[in-house]
Design a protein around this ligand. Structure first.
Ligand code: COA
Length: 260
């Protein structure tokens, strides 16, 4: 597929999506959000893709936010549409995909950039990364899920402070807060993410997608996560992956999951 704002690559079961607007610090404009939607959708439906890694091009930024130039003259109606469409197309979309996604945060992850990273299933940061939700310094609030996902990840008080101060935290603070799972050098960022992705790829993709559904259910209003877990747990028993996983264990060999 041809994209203007992103690059995609596939190797060893991993699709890597790189946001490629380095002169704008990879800011998320409408076109980029649309392309990211397509690329994630494509990777999710590709049976060979076991894990998706998303990162930013250049050494400075993962994503420095939604593209401010696109909404500077919006009114309330436009603002609501922007947030709704973005959440549906990209942020909620990624979170609910059955393919695991990892955000490799290689620099600034601000506003929509941090929201994008938080929509991924987990995050790894390079030690030069800086994260924050600075929207209130622009007279607006996070609109791509930031007010919901940040407290889920770091707790209400920390989220309140970070959003109210419009401040930035460094990678170590983000690690202490549980916002990122690992911190490493810029050179080791992609190898570390690939290494984690390889470990994920060895397991049953069917069971992993069931686990994503069950874990996400815990954060959804009006949904009983324990019930979803029972349902998803039960469904696993009818899969070829379950037969292969248990048979391989009993035969003392490595499982080769068919992914069905
Ligand atoms: N939207 C649109 N353009 C952006 C952008 C954004 N969110 N973030 C950066 N850019 C653009 C800048 O306008 C600049 O473009 P130009 O060279 O055509 O003028 C280019 O990216 C480089 O950014 P610059 O500000 O010169 O880099 P810096 O190193 O001095 O500062 C930041 C880096 C991240 C601190 C600064 O760019 C910034 O504060 N960005 C906005 C962050 C933000 O508020 N995000 C939330 C948006 S809702």
């Amino acid at each position: 597929m041809n994209y203007n704002n992103i690059l995609t690559a596939f190797k060893d079961g991993i699709t890597t999506i790189t946001i490629n607007r380095p002169t704008k610090l990879n800011a998320l404009n409408k076109a980029t959000i649309q392309e990211l939607h397509q690329a994630f959708k494509h990777a999710d439906t590709d049976k060979n893709t076991k894990v998706i890694i998303i990162t930013g091009s250049g050494e400075k930024a993962f994503v420095a936010g939604a593209d401010i130039s696109e909404f500077a003259n919006f009114n309330a109606t436009n603002g609501k549409k922007l947030a709704k469409k973005g959440q549906e197309l990209l942020f909620d979309f990624i979170e609910n995909l059955s393919t695991p996604s990892i955000a490799a945060i290689n620099g600034f992850a601000l506003g929509g950039g941090l929201e994008l990273a938080m929509a991924c299933h987990f995050r790894v940061a390079s030690d030069n990364a800086k994260m924050g939700l600075p929207e209130v310094s622009l007279g607006v609030i996070p609109g791509y899920g930031g007010t919901q996902r940040l407290p889920q990840l770091v707790g209400k008080g920390r989220a309140m402070e970070l959003i109210m101060t419009a401040g930035m935290i460094n990678a170590d603070q983000a690690h202490n807060f549980g916002l990122v799972n690992h911190v490493t050098s810029p050179e080791n960022l992609m190898p570390l993410c690939q290494n984690i992705a390889n470990k994920i790829s060895r397991n049953s993709s069917v069971a992993i997608s069931a686990a994503i559904k069950a874990i996400n259910a815990s954060f959804k209003d009006g949904v009983n996560g324990f019930k979803i877990e029972i349902e998803e747990f039960g469904n696993c028993f009818d899969t070829e992956d379950f037969t292969e996983g248990t048979t391989a264990f009993l035969e003392k060999r490595k499982a080769h999951f068919p992914g069905n």
